[in-house]
Design a binder for this molecule. Structure first.
Ligand code: NDP
Ligand code: CA
Length: 316
């Protein structure tokens, strides 16, 4: 008898008039099974709460509670045996990009490398093209990857790109993350201009565990990029410019870490944010933080509803 999942409400963003039809986007680092059991050291989470046979249903329950049209996941080490087959039967098409040297492979009885995965509603979108990127930093190949997919929305007839990534973890690697972010931005500009019918390129959605707080350089680079990106969760704050206080909250032997690391970036000129799923309170998360019997990852899911901004030439 597990305690219930924290209840979260969708908050309509200030001043947004409901544009229809919306695209619901979910960003979530689901915690790789091999890392959670073998490497992370979540000292306040009982091992039994991490048992895969049960935990997989909590992950699927979280996804199916919100039924996103686009689902961006990191730390997926059960793609082929779980998420791809299950979500395929539920109407999702998908692609998986493993990390070249996943730390999961160091764990005994691992289930293969972890990586990024992108799922989208097969009914709603047509896949036009997919790129699997290995991110570079200062010209050198790194162990981090990204997926960039170009999708045609069958409902609106609009084309856009969605990217999913997981940047290098740990403190001391801030410049490395920034370089990886710059490489991704540069690739996105190239892909966008190849698709580009519009002068500003196609609208973008970039989801990721950036492993970077908003004060880091990689965050500032994304906010200032020529792609005109903004972060959807800033719309939850009263001033519209502040990220939530945490997207990840865990206790390791080294101490407690409560930090904003995960983001849904979107093109300011291409989309409006109509609603954002609120973050659970400290009380809902509980004194032992995450993961726990009632939440399966140390990262919280981010969910928002986007809609295309009408282009002037499409208004008639
Ligand atoms: P990262 O530093 O990006 O971290 C990998 C994972 O560890 C992330 O999923 C991260 O989770 C998690 N993590 C972050 N902080 C901690 C912590 N304090 N304790 C435990 N886990 C943490 O890894 P890289 O991809 O750069 O790879 C580095 C690791 O990969 C090495 O430690 C090595 O074990 C392994 N490796 C293996 C190679 C091989 O040949 N098999 C080659 C190279 C590396 P989150 O993002 O949620 O913070
Ligand atoms: Ca992790």
């Amino acid at each position: 008898n597990r305690p219930p999942r924290p209840h979260r409400d969708f908050i309509r963003t200030r001043g947004s008039t409901p544009h229809n039809p919306q695209i619901r986007v979910m960003q979530w680092n689901i915690l790789a099974q091999a890392l959670g059991e073998g490497k992370d050291g979540f000292v306040r989470c009982p091992m039994e709460a991490l048992n895969w046979a049960e935990r997989k249903y909590l992950i699927l329950e979280e996804i199916l509670t919100y039924r996103p049209d686009i689902l961006c996941l990191q730390e997926v080490d059960h793609y082929y045996d779980t998420f791809q087959p299950v979500l395929s039967r539920l109407g999702y098409q998908s692609t998986f990009c493993p990390k070249p040297c996943s730390p999961c492979l160091d764990v005994r009885d691992n289930n293969g490398p972890d990586g990024c995965a992108l799922f989208f509603s097969r009914q709603r979108f047509q896949l036009l093209c997919t790129d699997h990127l290995r991110l570079s930093a200062m010209m050198l190949k790194t162990n981090q990857v990204a997926i960039v997919a170009t999708l045609l929305d069958r409902v609106t007839g609009r084309t856009f790109c969605v990217a999913v990534t997981h940047l290098k973890a740990r403190s001391g690697w801030e410049a490395f993350r920034s370089a990886q972010g710059s490489h991704l931005l540069q690739q996105l500009r190239t892909i966008s201009s190849q698709q580009g019918v519009q002068p500003e390129g196609v609208p973008m959605v970039v989801c990721g565990d950036f492993n970077a707080e908003p004060c880091e350089e990689v965050y500032r680079r994304f906010l200032a990029s020529p792609l005109g990106l903004d972060s959807a969760y800033r719309r939850l704050s009263t001033d519209g410019n502040t990220e939530p206080p945490y997207t990840s909250w865990k206790i390791r032997p080294s101490g407690e870490s409560c930090a904003t690391l995960d983001y849904i970036w979107y093109s300011r000129g291409g989309f409006s944010v109509d609603a954002v799923l609120s973050m659970p309170s400290e009380e809902q998360i509980g004194p032992d933080r995450l993961p726990s019997y009632h939440y399966p990852s140390d990262h919280l899911s981010l969910v928002c509803d986007l809609s295309f901004i009408q282009e002037p030439h499409r208004l008639m």
